[in-house]
Write a protein that binds this ligand. Structure first.
Ligand code: CA
Length: 234
């Protein structure tokens, strides 16, 4: 089955080029000119990834990204954000809202195709043969196959990156992880994310853990060094 993408882009010339390039790579592309239409398509169809323009006639593409990240069915769908001006604010906001990648216009269609394929590759489930078994550590239960985490028996609603971040901290529980290390582990090498992205995601993770256990302070900040996760014994 070819991967299915949704492109949300109001510029017909850009959309044509992107669709042509991606279809040549064997991907299936649906197209929306408007946010309203994209929302309707997302209800009807399951997409493997989204390419989302920021400036759209009926709103800001980042609004849709925010909605997706709060939606159980779409919160881990990979999203690549396109921005018209290469504006820093779109990039930072996009990544903080949970975009997986970011491309500034004008872009080369081939580069976009490579980034999209990278997203799909990273989102692909780990093959069962090499997949680690679900791992229980204290109150955490990491299901690496399903990329899900339970905390105190309750499933956590995590984005893909939050999951990877928590899973990395958990795998090296008690050790200090530098922001660089966490970026590489959770975002991959080709990301343009910054240390601040890690800080923002740690903040969200802490809030999600506290929503389950109000007294939880398992994630520690080590000034100038990074973060660690302390797992209580038993
Ligand atoms: Ca636009």
């Amino acid at each position: 089955m070819p991967a299915r993408l949704l492109l949300v882009e109001d510029d017909p010339a850009i959309a044509r080029t992107v669709i042509y390039t991606l279809e040549r790579e064997g991907l299936q592309v649906s197209h929306s000119l408007l946010l309203g239409d994209a929302r309707a398509q997302l209800v009807a169809t399951r997409f493997d990834a989204l390419i989302l323009d920021v400036g759209l006639p009926d709103g800001n593409g980042l609004e849709l990204l925010r909605e997706l990240r709060q939606h159980p069915q779409h919160q881990s769908t990979p999203v690549l954000v396109l921005s018209a001006h290469g504006e820093e604010i779109d990039r930072v906001l996009g990544l903080e809202l949970g975009a997986d990648d970011y491309v500034a216009k004008p872009f080369s269609p081939r580069e976009l195709a490579a980034r999209v394929k990278g997203l799909l590759r990273r989102a692909a489930p780990i093959p069962p043969a090499s997949a680690p078994q679900p791992d229980g550590r204290g109150p955490f239960h990491d299901d690496a196959v399903g990329q899900r985490m339970r905390f105190n028996g309750q499933p956590l609603a995590l984005t893909r990156r939050e999951y990877r971040l928590l899973s990395t901290l958990l795998a090296g529980a008690g050790r200090i992880h530098s922001r660089d290390h966490l970026l590489t582990a959770a975002w991959g090498d080709d990301s343009e994310s910054t240390d601040r992205t890690i800080d923002t995601h740690i903040k969200t993770l802490r809030a999600k853990l506290r929503a389950v256990d109000a007294s939880c302070d398992y994630i520690s900040t080590h000034r100038g060094m990074g973060y660690s996760l302390e797992v209580p014994k038993g």
